[in-house]
Design a binder for this molecule. Structure first.
Ligand code: ADP
Length: 258
């Protein structure tokens, strides 16, 4: 019976090892897909500033011909801001890195959440194919946070994109940003199609998409929310969703301030 016990022990150890290996490989694949989703998302966002600068340069050429220095300067400033933004994003793509456990690496710096959200709203509005009505509630002054600015920008953009994508025209979006002693709370709500209760527990899973009617097929890969959840959790935060079919949805993230 001693031998049987030893064999069982060995078998358990072997099984444990296999299970561990299996889990590791599965997780690594998931992280690779998430990284790809992040890069795809970035690529999409890189196109907006390029288009803006292109249009600005054309305008500058016209103002050069008219010798309109005031307008030339205005468009040069605009180009500079957009190029700085572009530069930031390119740097983030190049630096996109994962740690030893294959999770997206977070690099924190201190920044104000309020202009970040305004910026996301602006970018989303420019590229949206629908009319958008937004309300953004926040306290006066700054809301400083120590977090990964580029990833948080993506998080906010993803949630805004979804709020628009799954709404009719015009899309109505309400953003509330609050902070307490150690956390920030951000909620983004829409009055869109909503999510049925049976789908709600699955929407953060990779590749999960609520089946849509064939008539108004909405594009997507089911990766946005998985990425959002990953980034929020890498910050030690959490994300929750509330939704009612036909009424709308609310996504709330909480992130430690430091
Ligand atoms: P994608 O939008 O590319 O399908 P996501 O991971 O961003 O992928 O979202 C997963 C699913 O959750 C979507 O397919 C959609 O069915 C649902 N969903 C996400 N956000 C909303 C929203 N604001 N309103 C309604 N449904 C949503």
């Amino acid at each position: 019976s001693g031998q049987l016990f030893l064999s069982l022990l060995l078998l358990t150890a072997l099984l444990g090892t296999f299970l561990y290996l299996f889990k590791t490989i599965k997780r690594q694949n998931q992280e690779a897909v998430l990284r790809k989703a992040f890069v795809n998302n970035m690529t999409h966002e890189l196109k907006t500033p390029v288009a803006t600068v292109m249009a600005a340069v054309e305008a500058i050429q016209r103002f050069v011909a008219k010798d309109d220095k005031v307008k030339m300067n205005k468009y040069l400033d605009l180009s500079k801001t957009e190029l700085e933004h572009l530069n930031n994003m390119i740097e983030r793509v190049l630096q996109l890195d994962v740690d030893e456990t294959h999770r997206i690496r977070i690099s924190k710096s201190e920044f104000d959440m309020i202009p970040l959200i305004h910026n996301c709203l602006e970018l989303t509005t420019i590229s949206a194919t629908k009319k958008i009505r937004t309300a953004f509630d926040h306290a006066d002054g700054k809301l400083l946070v120590m977090a990964d600015e580029a990833h948080l920008k993506n998080v906010v953009s993803n949630l805004l994109d979804n709020a628009i994508k799954y709404s009719s025209d015009p899309a109505e979006i309400h953003i509330v940003l609050k902070a307490d002693k150690d956390k920030i709370h951000l909620s983004i709500s829409d009055r869109g199609k909503g999510i049925a209760p049976e789908h709600l527990p699955h929407i953060f899973a990779m590749f999960y998409r609520v089946p849509q009617g064939t008539l108004h097929e909405v594009k997507g890969f089911g990766l946005g929310l998985a990425y959002v959840k990953h980034v929020v959790e890498q910050h030690g935060g959490n994300i929750t969703v509330g939704s009612e079919l036909g009424k709308g949805s609310i996504f709330t993230i909480e992130i430690p301030k430091s």
